[in-house]
Design a protein around this ligand. Structure first.
Ligand SMILES: N[C@@H](CCC(=O)N[C@@H](CS)C(=O)NCC(=O)O)C(=O)O
Length: 221
């Protein structure tokens, strides 16, 4: 039986959704973020040395990294679903977006989040204006323009495509869901109607809804 070690408000929601799309039986083991630090509890390190979520166990196999887990589930249990035919043009798109989501799109979004956090972190009052200025300028001059390049690119792609890799949903859509739905919810993707409609499209899927109900707390905003 597959066990999903599920951290609330995390990328683990992707795996729940993938399991629901494939209708694979699974057990959910829940872990709660520390409310102050928002880090995962140390108990998650007993499952995998990094202590990050998602992580699954399947028999004696332990797998981490959402992309690797989605790949594994598709290959092992997909029976042709959620992965385009190997060697096809759709498969090349699938591999590309699977890597792009965490490798290219997440880093500027994470940087933005970190600099937003820096602005609200407690610091001595006389340093606060300087900290805010540095954070705002870094976001304005570097992070913001990088995010715009990425969103313009994904928006243009979604103008032509309903799903990321072919005519039907695949694991690449699940991998792309996390950065895009968080960006829509936080207003970072305001002014990108194709991205918003794409997010609405996958959020309306029954399997996505079942995953939400199973996972509980998923406040990506
Ligand atoms: N690239 C990894 C990222 C894993 C990751 O950073 N997960 C976050 C949750 S979204 C986490 O475990 N954070 C808690 C912590 O760092 O303690 C993946 O896609 O699985």
């Amino acid at each position: 039986m597959i066990v999903l070690h599920h951290l609330n408000n995390s990328r683990s929601q992707r795996i729940l959704w993938m399991l629901e799309e494939l209708e694979i039986p699974y057990d959910l083991k829940r872990y709660e973020r520390d409310p102050k630090t928002i880090l995962a509890p140390p108990s998650l390190r007993k499952v995998h040395p990094l202590g990050k979520s998602p992580v699954i166990t399947d028999g004696d196999a332990t797998l981490a990294e959402s992309g690797a887990i989605i790949e594994y589930l598709g290959q092992t249990y997909g029976d042709g679903r959620m992965i385009p035919a190997v060697g096809s043009a759709d498969y090349r798109q699938y591999v590309y977006w699977m890597h792009y989501a965490e490798g290219s799109l997440m880093p500027p979004l994470l940087l933005r989040l970190v600099f937003e956090k820096i602005k609200t972190n407690p610091v001595p009052f006389f340093v606060k204006p300087i900290v805010r200025k540095i954070a705002d300028e870094t976001t304005r001059q570097f992070i913001g323009p990088q995010i715009k390049i990425h969103f313009d690119y994904v928006e243009a792609y979604l103008e032509q495509h309903e799903w990321m890799a072919g005519a039907t949903i695949t694991g690449a859509d699940i991998q792309m869901s996390f950065p895009l739905e968080a960006s829509v919810a936080r207003g970072v993707a305001a002014g990108y109607p194709n991205i918003r409609q794409y997010v609405e499209r996958f959020q309306a899927r029954p399997a996505y809804q079942r995953a939400l109900a199973a996972g509980g707390d998923y406040d990506y905003a």
